[in-house]
Write a protein that binds this ligand. Sequence first.
Ligand SMILES: *[C@@H]1O[C@H](CO)[C@@H](O)[C@H](O)[C@H]1NC(C)=O
Ligand SMILES: *[C@@H]1O[C@H](CO)[C@@H](O)[C@H](O)[C@H]1NC(C)=O
Ligand SMILES: *[C@@H]1O[C@H](CO)[C@@H](O)[C@H](O)[C@H]1NC(C)=O
Ligand SMILES: *[C@@H]1O[C@H](CO)[C@@H](O)[C@H](O)[C@H]1NC(C)=O
Ligand SMILES: *[C@@H]1O[C@H](CO)[C@@H](O)[C@H](O)[C@H]1NC(C)=O
Ligand SMILES: *[C@@H]1O[C@H](CO)[C@@H](O)[C@H](O)[C@H]1NC(C)=O
Length: 377
Amino acid sequence: MEPTPPNQLFLVAVLLLSSVICTFSVKQCPNCGLTSVPYPLSTNPTCGDQSYKIRCNAGVLIFDTLNNSYPINFINPSNQRLVIQPANLLPNTCISSDFIHQGIQLSSSLPFNITGENTVMLFNCSESILDQPLNCSPSSLCHLYVEGEEYSRCRDSSLCCTFKAGGSASAYRIRVLENGCRAYRSFIGLDWGLPVDKWPNPGVEIQWVLPLEPVCESQVDCDANSTCELNRSDGVRRCHCKVGLQWNPIQGNCTQTGGCQSPGGCDRQTKKTLITALTSSLSALVLLITIAILLHKRYKRIKEAQKRLARHCEEILSVDGSKSAKHFTSKDIKKATKNFSKDCLIGVGGYGEVYKGYLEDGTVVAVKCAKIIDYLL
Ligand SMILES: *[C@@H]1O[C@H](CO)[C@@H](O)[C@H](O)[C@H]1NC(C)=O
Ligand SMILES: *[C@@H]1O[C@H](CO)[C@@H](O)[C@H](O)[C@H]1NC(C)=O
Ligand SMILES: *[C@@H]1O[C@H](CO)[C@@H](O)[C@H](O)[C@H]1NC(C)=O
Ligand SMILES: *[C@@H]1O[C@H](CO)[C@@H](O)[C@H](O)[C@H]1NC(C)=O
Ligand SMILES: *[C@@H]1O[C@H](CO)[C@@H](O)[C@H](O)[C@H]1NC(C)=O
Ligand SMILES: *[C@@H]1O[C@H](CO)[C@@H](O)[C@H](O)[C@H]1NC(C)=O
């Protein structure tokens, strides 16, 4: 046999690698018929989250329970709910067609449960059901329903009961039993005051838990924005989002933290950012005001020092009133000292600098430069 050329080996390796990536990468499943399949629901092993398996059968989405299957009528990914079409009655009986499977039974180890939005009615019940905390009185809503056409067969079996699902007992099942009730009906968000002909279509609403980051075995299973890391508390490796990105359980990918697309966590994030912004602008304002006050104080002190200096000058000039004092302008003095040239400097002391100068008429003078600092208190 001829040895395989290296470039063919490379191609095989690339294909293998990409198939591995496809197997694990998180992405939304393709539409089932005309119905979109939102993340994390998964219709096959290459998409969605594998804990959220449903089926696509000839363009219809199917929800599998422990022992049975129901068509999915509606999916709302924004509140993680879907509605399944429950079983009808067996022909000419008041027995649900899923009676042999004991009604709807979900696995409590899967991330789905029955919501409290379901008003459930049980029909054709035996006396033993009266032990249960259900409303089976003659005024129970189920009696109203059997007056209608669809469940008129259940009219003869006088004992029926009504309850709101979603409690711990009914989070995973709507049960029908030989030793209990034999038929059920469920309505979502039912207004108990409405006449029966205004009721919504029957359905069972099921909610799913928001998915965690996808499970991984190594970095190959994660995309560029996440890292495969072991969680020590549950011992499971998951693709954790990189710094600055946040797991978005609705879209099923890592999104920018500032983007605020995650439910619940966003509000707090925005508030935190707002508080940070307010705090920093407030401290900036305080700093500015402090600087302004300090500058103003300094300006006032210099002004006062200049005034004191001027007063001092007047005092000097008026000591000997007999001789008339002469005022020199700063221009005269600059000229006399060659603009305070270093050559003319004859002394420096705590009082300031003394320059030798020549006036226009040749008179030699000493020019003392008072330091304004001496007049600052
Ligand atoms: C009610 O259930 C019992 C027991 O399964 C069954 O024999 C009976 O036919 C049911 N009633 C109707 C009206 O179908
Ligand atoms: C449901 O299926 C499980 C196994 O999948 C089985 O053990 C159980 O007896 C079934 N229950 C009913 C009511 O069919
Ligand atoms: C069903 O699941 C939802 C989502 O995790 C949860 O909020 C709710 O409490 C669960 N209901 C019951 C009865 O366990
Ligand atoms: C990673 O995140 C960036 C920014 O959010 C995005 O533009 C990019 O498409 C992401 N890459 C992948 C593989 O998801
Ligand atoms: C690790 O797993 C625990 C238990 O499932 C969970 O509460 C925790 O949030 C996880 N930690 C991280 C970083 O995902
Ligand atoms: C995350 O997934 C959503 C929906 O599939 C997509 O629109 C968005 O661009 C994705 N974002 C990133 C950063 O990959």
